[in-house]
Design a protein around this ligand. Structure first.
Ligand code: PEP
Ligand code: MG
Length: 756
């Protein structure tokens, strides 16, 4: 059963359209389970009916005609109850409905399971058979498994189908489609979609056309040669470790790449006008599919080899293409799993939007995008990105919505919203040099989070009083190897000078988790609970010491440096890190003649264990800063990057607020400065709560600062304290969110955190 399931899932994932997906499901399931009928019904939102979309066993004329409302017939009942229904005498069931066109008369037993995706019933999978027996519980369990495994593929294929149909129906005219993701960086971007094809995933290569086939053919041969070279080298290194049989595989690979019929096929597609990348992908995917269909298990296994080789060659084609990729003036970068590192390769000034299928609003790409002010939607799981290539799209970073091929009316509406947004920003700019003081005189200092060179100017223009978090890993992942001490010193000095005399809090390298350096890969089952932040720095003092030395040298004559340590999870760790900083400081000042004051040293509180040791930490450091992004993910056990659980990720959870209250109170009792540098500080409502909890220093992305300032200046501190007190007593985050929206939702304030 497991093998059949794997086979079906593989087939479905290789399908190019919804119709193909459904066809595979009904055929394969009917054959595997040896039943009379297998059908799929899908929900049609316009008709509010479950429509028979594919069947193997019933009459084909019934497809598209048999339609059932929720609770109507057995199918409607399965959908309404959201659970399997297994009945022996279906025709005697009170819910049974007979359809002439389907010819169901011979079938007595019925098994239906709902297809559920993200809590929504997409449709119903049905098995029927003539014999008068209930389906076995194993069959029921199998069907439930199939339904659960295929729901994502069906949702995706459905969305793709919609887009394709619209494109065809539109015949060049606008036919828009709307997709939902996670709002990740505010703003509205309208531009042309450019697919980032870094993943070397053959099925994500868009159909692209070229003018110069000869150049594309040369590119293909270069990539093939490079892959062959790899194979030879790999083979040589493994000669004495592999059996003769295993070793022969490398020869097979090389022969495949030499195969004139395969290469000829690709060349023919290129000559028909496609680029080398898209021609290669089309041909390889076709061959993979053929291999997968073979009866001989040995040959079926070869499908994986062909796919693997295909990816390798594709990798070379992409590598050579990336640099010459032409970006339109207003580009929306679209990708399957974009990370902050992609921004290193592309002209960021042309980006008006970013869309990623994976990740969520707390992924580092989203954080960097917010700093750069690029509207971003993450976690748009069902977005058929390949079909989006080259189309006009709107990225609504306020609501997490993507609109493709917008109609003129919709486009105009978004342009108007963009305009209003600009006016609001202009208005808020007037507050730039006004200190942030509430009507009853409570002063908050607003700081910025930085990391990219490009965000320095925005940060300075925001009126920030300091840099509360400079993420040093960002310049680290924009390169191909660890920067030297001198290189680091130059980068840090530029930052310190730009903000001088304002203090700049430089956080030591916080890699690991979702922040992998391309030249320092870390493979872990559970990266967020693994080798991260300070743990890596302590295990690699040579890397850490170089960084500290570079920071200290950079601040000579400027004296505005503060050093902050990430991911501290014990007092001992903090002491060891401070010990290393002191060692570097001593070496530089007493042995190398550097003249700098010892900078203030601080620790981040982002691991829940540290919430209960604030006083012990405070004894070691000059300041503390709360990283609510990680604190929230660790307290709630919700991966900050995972769009499937993004609805559970919220810093308004009363337990997160309680942790913030404890940290604030204990830091204040220890007379230790404490700030918040996680994204909660950049949310106008979050900032009010933090202020109500007594936090006086908030650090956020430059784009958020003017709104936060405006909000804080309109709410008295007395009111903020009252709101925080009541929020702490609430049951869940939704209640807190609703309560704050109601309390802070007067028109003047509302526009600061909702879309215009
Ligand atoms: C945090 O965790 O809140 C934080 C500020 O650090 P980062 O987002 O870089 O992990
Ligand atoms: Mg963190």
């Amino acid at each position: 059963m497991l093998a059949s399931l794997r086979h079906i899932v593989q087939e479905v994932n290789g399908a190019r359209s919804l119709a193909e997906v459904l066809e595979i499901i009904v055929k394969e399931l009917k054959a595997t389970l040896n039943v009379g009928v297998c059908s799929v019904y899908l929900f049609d939102a316009r008709e509010e009916r479950y429509v028979l979309m594919a069947t193997d066993g019933l009459r084909q004329q019934a497809v598209g005609k048999v339609k059932l409302a929720t609770r109507e017939g057995l199918v409607g009942l399965v959908a309404a109850r959201e659970e399997p229904l297994n009945v022996q005498n279906a025709d005697q069931h009170p819910n049974f409905v007979y359809f002439d066109e389907a010819d169901e008369a011979p079938y007595h037993s019925f098994l239906g399971v709902p297809i559920i995706h993200h809590r929504k019933v997409l449709g119903v999978l049905v098995l029927q058979q003539t014999s008068d027996r209930r389906f076995a519980s194993e069959e029921e369990a199998f069907l439930v498994t199939v339904g659960a495994q295929l729901s994502g593929a069906i949702a995706h294929a459905e969305a793709t189908g919609v887009l394709k149909q619209l494109a065809v129906a539109g015949r060049g005219k606008s036919r828009e489609a709307t997709f939902q993701g996670i709002a990740s960086a505010p703003g509205i971007g309208i531009g042309q979609a450019v697919l980032s094809v870094q993943s070397a995933d053959l099925s994500f290569v868009p159909e692209r056309f070229c003018d110069d086939s000869t150049a594309e053919i040369t590119r293909l041969h270069d990539a093939l040669n490079a892959a062959k070279r790899d194979m030879r080298n790999l083979g040589k290194g493994l000669e004495d470790k592999l059996s003769a049989e295993e070793f022969a595989l490398f020869e097979v690979y090389i022969r495949m790449l030499d195969d004139s019929s395969l290469v000829g096929e690709v060349v023919a597609v290129i000559e028909s006008g496609q680029t080398a990348q898209s021609a290669w992908s089309v041909v390889i995917l076709k061959h993979v599919k053929t291999f997968r269909k073979m009866d001989d298990p040995y040959l079926r296994e070869r499908a994986a080899d062909v796919a693997d080789l295909g990816k390798r060659v594709l990798g070379y084609l992409q590598k050579n293409d990336r640099l010459k990729e032409v970006y339109p003036r207003r580009a929306v970068l679209v990708g399957e799993d974009l990370s902050a590192t992609v921004l290193a390769d592309i002209p960021v000034d042309r980006l008006v939007g970013i869309i990623s299928l994976k990740g969520s609003s707390n992924s580092h790409l989203a954080i960097v995008a917010r700093a750069l002010g690029i509207p971003t939607v993450m976690g748009a799981l069902n977005l058929p990105i390949v079909e989006l290539e080259g189309q006009e799209v709107i990225v609504d970073g306020f609501k997490g919505v993507v609109v493709s091929r917008p109609t003129r009316v919709v486009r105009r509406t978004y342009l108007e919203r963009q305009q209003k947004e600009k006016l609001l920003d202009k208005d808020l700019k007037k507050l730039r040099d006004t200190p942030c003081v509430t009507p009853d005189g409570w002063r908050t200092s607003l700081w910025v989070n930085t990391g990219l060179r490009q965000d320095t100017l925005r940060s300075l223009q925001s009126g920030a009083e300091a840099v509360g978090l400079y993420r040093t890993e960002i310049p680290f992942f924009m390169r191909s190897g660890f920067p030297t001490e001198d290189e680091q010193m130059a980068i840090y000095r530029e930052q310190l000078l730009a903000f001088s005399p304002r203090p700049v809090t430089m956080r030591t390298l916080d890699i690991g988790g979702d922040k992998a350096l391309p030249y320092f890969p870390i493979e872990e089952e559970n990266p967020f609970l693994g080798w991260r932040g300070i743990r890596i720095s302590l295990d690699h003092p040579e890397i850490f010491l170089v960084q500290i030395r570079a920071m200290l040298r950079a601040c000579e004559g400027i004296e505005n440096l503060r050093i902050m340590l990430p991911m501290i999870s014990s007092v001992g760790e903090l002491q060891s890190a401070i010990g290393l900083i002191d060692r570097a400081y001593k070496e530089l000042t007493s042995e190398e003649g550097l003249s700098v004051a010892r900078p203030p040293i601080g620790a981040m509180i982002e691991v829940p264990a540290m919430v209960y040791q604030v006083k012990a930490l405070a004894r070691q450091v000059d300041f503390l800063s709360v990283g609510t992004n990680d604190l929230t993910q660790y307290l709630l056990a919700v991966d900050r990057n995972n769009p499937r659980v993004a609805n559970l990720y919220t810093s308004f959870h009363p337990s997160v607020l309680r942790a913030l209250q404890i940290i604030g109170e204990h830091a204040s009792a220890a007379h230790c400065e404490v700030s918040v540098c996680g994204e909660l500080a950049g949310d106008p409502m979050g900032a009010v709560i933090l202020s109500g909890l007594g936090y006086r220093h908030l650090s956020m992305s430059a784009g958020s600062l003017p709104r936060v300032k405006s909000m804080l200046m309109q709410v008295t501190h007395e009111k903020a304290k009252g709101l925080a007190k009541r929020a702490l007593r609430m049951d869940d985050a939704a209640a807190v969110g609703n309560f704050l929206s109601n309390q802070l939702g007067q028109p003047e304030l509302a526009k600061l955190y909702s879309s215009p």
